[in-house]
Design a protein around this ligand. Sequence first.
Ligand SMILES: Cc1ncc(Cn2c(C)c(CCOP(=O)(O)OP(=O)(O)O)sc2=O)c(N)n1
Ligand SMILES: [Ca+2]
Length: 525
Amino acid sequence: MPSVRRVSHEFLERQGLTTVFGNPGSNELPFLAGLPDGFRYVLGLHEGAVVGMADGYAQATGRPVLVNLHAASGSGNAMGALTNAVASRTPLVVVAGQQVRPAIGPEANLASVDAPALMKPLVGWAAEPACAGDVPRALAQAVFEARLQRRPTYLSVPYDDWSADVDDNALAVLDRRVLRAAVPGGEQRRWLVEQVASARRPALVLGGDIDSAGRFDDAVRLAERLGGPVWAAPSQFRLPFPNRHPLFRGVLPAGIAPVSAAFEGHDLVLVLGAPVFRYHEHLPGRYLPEGTRLIQVTEDASAAARAPMGEALVADPGAVIDVLLEALGAADRPAGPYRPVPEPLTAEGPALHPEQVFAALREEMPEDTAYVVESTSTNAAWWRQTDLRRQGSYYFPAAGGLGFGLPGAVGVAMAQPGRPVVGVIGDGSANYGITALWTAAQHRVPLTVVLLRNGAYGALRWFGGLLGVPDAPGLDIPDLDFTRIAEGYGVRAQHVGSVAELRAALAETPEHPRLIQVDTALTTP
Ligand SMILES: Cc1ncc(Cn2c(C)c(CCOP(=O)(O)OP(=O)(O)O)sc2=O)c(N)n1
Ligand SMILES: [Ca+2]
């Protein structure tokens, strides 16, 4: 009879989950025994980095990814990075080891007491099978739930289960497929087309799911057909639309009152692939202006259910774009020229202004470069200086949890070896996922990390001023030298002191990971 391990490996292979991001403990070794040829294990030195890399890899490949973590302490370390993966709707399948069943109740060492509860409410599904024979089916459920919900799932498996024999029924899981059709038809289709076709001044709000689903160019065609303004949904973690397109108005402000003000005069707001909305600052006001109707289209049923206003259709936003383009036809006139980029601001003294760094990236890096950005006080500078026109060009921690940037950049670069990838990382953020540098070096990932060193938690300095706490402690992080830290992890590094030096460094095409440190002036987000 085959073992639980052999059937589970076979199932994972058939489902394409053969790249495993992990950090092992003794409980996990029996799962890792005899990994078949074709599987690749990517070791991260901290579980936050493991999940960040897996998140970047899954987002860039668009497929579920297997994560293997240690029980309890290992799974706990991953929670911060999982908040981002939940917000970006990344289908991660986390498999964690567990003590043998008789040892869990007595809370023997390395027992994860009530393991599934540890990960809720973050993950979309969590379980610990009631017996070894149910492990292959439970693993299949974890994969299918992650794919259907587009949310991480968690499976805790007692370590002696993997060597147990299974009966023939357990083999039935190998041929399972779970598909979902999400194209609106009939009455729903007629209703939606009529609402959009009859709108006098429609506006579009696009979420990260549009980019994740590869619908970046289709969204441009729909926007140019509607002719109205386009915003990115608040708390943006992907770029769903070219940021210099003449119809693009930027990211919606993350407050109730300013969002309502932005919609003033529009009779229909069509939200595609985003929750309504991930506000941030509490700025109370009317949700919508008088006379404005909001229709949300999302695959995320709970996002549709929890929205505070408007109507929602749970469907594939990409399929809805196809339906609307088919019904309305393409634009009959070009949208006009893309907006030009302003001259970058400069800073007093030796440090560069972040806009000078971003202008150098725009001018030196190839147009298809993918950027993973985690430098929180430089967002305004970033969007003033950048000109992104391709799908999959921008990633940001979806729940604002730092520690995604550096690992996520490694994961994106591993997923797209032929595409230039740049991590734009603040000197504060870098520390939350710094061990990913070691993995990048070990796997010779051709990644560029531009490390913006302003010696502070810049964004918090700004928030401190906003919230009337200008002298808050713990906001300065002086004396960090990431060139020496990077070299310690095996990554070639250099410090650049001018725009010319930065441009010369960027002009070289990296064969392996490299870190370029540059001192930047403090700016406001
Ligand atoms: C895991 C985690 N810890 C702490 C924070 C709080 N935080 C922190 C600590 C920030 C400072 C980031 O500093 P940086 O150097 O990366 O970027 P800037 O200097 O440009 O702000 S921004 C922010 O929200 C967070 N968002 N996530
Ligand atoms: Ca900083």
